[in-house]
Ligand binder design. Structure first.
Ligand code: ADP
Length: 170
């Protein structure tokens, strides 16, 4: 069996022409640095406005780690942003499960939207310090096991080192 169509590019997730892009958000849903900052900066204020509404209606205590929720993509080429909160790096088994959960829950949100193509950044590998090799293994394994039915699941890696690491994991 061929399995899901996983692809890989080096680039900027805000420029991807896909149905949905995944954001490595923080639990406040109010923006941050890294991928999150880039998405809000380029996508414009509609994304933040919807995040604020979601906070008010569902996530007063923040979006829990490992969960995912979708908003408009504002002015980005994508139609939707799927915000997920990665775990901060830690060796405990349940931390790895939370990183897998981010990928799984993002796929679930994408399916609910009817997205056919989805772009993922290297969740938790920036400010949250997850080692690239381990994050790549978890991301690739989870999308491979749970990504059936999409036209394309694309990893978007910002720099060469991340690209090479994900390429090796694939
Ligand atoms: P986290 O808080 O989950 O660690 P970060 O946004 O700090 O999230 O980093 C996650 C990964 O995204 C890092 O590998 C970082 O280099 C990468 N990154 C930062 N900006 C972008 C971007 N515009 N497009 C794709 N990847 C990005």
């Amino acid at each position: 069996m061929a399995g899901p169509n996983l692809t890989l590019v080096q680039g900027d997730i805000t420029e991807q022409d896909v149905d949905a892009v995944v954001n490595a958000a923080n639990s406040s849903l109010l923006g941050g640095g890294g991928v999150d900052g880039a998405i809000h900066r380029k996508g414009g204020s509609d994304i933040l406005a919807e995040c604020r509404r979601l906070r008010a209606s569902h996530y007063g205590k923040g979006l829990p780690t490992g969960q995912a929720v979708a908003t408009t993509a504002g002015r980005l080429p994508a139609r939707w942003v799927i915000h997920t909160v990665g775990p901060v790096w830690g060796r405990e088994e349940d931390r790895s499960e939370l990183l897998a959960s981010c990928h799984r829950e993002s796929l679930r949100a994408a399916r609910e939207l009817g997205a056919r193509t989805v772009a993922f950044p290297a969740i938790s590998t920036g400010v949250y310090r997850w080692p690239l090799e381990d994050a790549a293994r978890i991301a690739v394994t989870t999308l491979r096991e749970e990504g059936e039915g999409f036209a394309e699941l694309r990893f978007v890696l910002f720099d060469k080192r991340a690209y090479d690491t994900f390429s090796a994991a694939l």
